[in-house]
Design a protein around this ligand. Structure first.
Ligand SMILES: O=C(O)c1cc(=O)[nH]c(=O)n1[C@@H]1O[C@H](COP(=O)(O)O)[C@@H](O)[C@H]1O
Length: 237
C-alpha cells in the first residue's frame, strides 16, 4: 500500500477569481500540496473560498501579511483563525509589540493556527532594502527580524531559502522556515530576487517551499507539482 506523506510544497493560488482557483484545485488532493490564499484571491473571493478549500481537506496558509497597530493585528488574527486555516502571517517589521499581541490573541484559542512572520520580501535585494532606510544586508535584516519573531513566540518565518541555513542553526529545528522565491531549474525569475530551486531549498533545511507562477501559469501544472514533490523527497544521502 502506498502511504502518501504530506507535501512540503505550498502552492500560491494567485488567481483573480474563485472559479479560476477552483478549476486549478479540482484535480488536486490534500497530500499533493498545501494551498496559499493571498491578497488577490482573498480580495476577489473572500472568506467563503477559504471555507470551501478547507472543506476539501486542504491545509490553507492565509497570506494576508498583517501589519498594523498591535490591537488591530491581534483582532484580525483572531477573526482569521475562525476560518480554520493552518497558518497565517504578519509582517515582522510591524515590531515586537505587534507580534506579541498577535501571538497572545491566538494563544487563547484551543487550536490556534501557526503564526509566522514575513521578514524581508524575497523580491527585494540589498539595494532595494537599503532604499527603505534599513542599513543592513537583506540576510542580516532577516536574521534580526527572526530574533524578534522568536522572542515574540511566533512559530517561524517567511524568508528566502538563501537565509535558511543560518536561521536553522541559530533558531533550532522547531522554528518553521517557509520560503517563497522558489524557482525550478529553467523557470522565469520574474520579480523575485532571492531565489533558489526546490531541491536546493530543502537541502538548506527549509520546512516548506512556496511556489506560484511556475506552477499556476504552466500549461501542465500537475506535472510540475509532481516533479517538485519528487525533487523534495528524493534527496541525495
Ligand atoms: O508571504 C509570502 O507568501 C511571500 C513573502 C515573500 O517574501 N515573497 C513572496 O513571494 N511571498 C508570496 O509567495 C508567492 C510567490 O509566488 P511566485 O513568485 O509566483 O512563485 C506570492 O504569492 C507572494 O505573495
Amino acid at each position: 500500500m502506498e502511504i502518501k506523506m504530506s507535501s512540503k510544497l505550498i502552492v500560491a493560488l494567485d488567481f483573480s477569481s474563485a472559479d479560476q482557483a477552483l478549476e486549478f484545485v479540482n484535480p488536486l488532493s490534500p497530500p499533493d500540496c498545501k494551498l496559499k490564499v493571498g491578497f488577490e484571491l482573498f480580495v476577489s473571493a473572500g472568506p467563503d473560498l477559504v471555507r470551501t478549500l478547507t472543506g476539501k481537506g486542504f491545509d490553507i496558509f492565509l497570506d494576508l501579511k498583517f501589519h498594523d497597530i498591535p490591537n488591530t493585528v491581534a483582532s484580525v488574527c483572531k477573526e482569521a483563525a475562525k476560518l480554520d486555516v493552518w497558518m497565517m502571517n504578519v509582517h515582522a517589521s510591524g515590531g515586537l509589540e505587534m507580534m506579541y499581541a498577535a501571538h497572545a490573541a491566538l494563544s487563547e484559542l484551543a487550536c490556534p493556527p501557526k503564526l509566522i512572520a514575513v521578514s524581508v520580501l524575497t523580491s527585494m535585494n540589498d539595494e532595494q532594502l537599503q532604499e527603505t532606510g534599513v542599513d543592513r544586508l537583506a540576510k542580516d535584516q532577516v536574521f534580526h527580524l527572526a530574533g524578534l519573531a522568536k522572542q515574540a513566540g511566533l512559530d517561524g518565518m517567511v524568508c528566502s531559502a538563501q537565509e535558511a541555513k543560518a536561521l536553522r542553526q541559530q533558531f533550532g529545528d522547531e522554528f518553521l522556515l517557509v520560503t517563497p522565491g522558489i524557482r525550478p531549474v529553467g523557470a522565469e525569475r520574474g520579480d523575485q530576487s532571492r531565489v533558489m530551486t526546490p531541491r536546493d531549498a530543502i537541502q538548506e533545511g527549509v520546512d516548506y517551499i512556496v511556489v506560484g507562477r511556475p506552477i499556476t501559469q504552466s500549461s501542465t501544472p500537475l506535472e510540475i507539482i509532481r516533479q517538485i514533490n519528487a525533487d523534495l523527497v528524493h534527496q541525495p544521502v
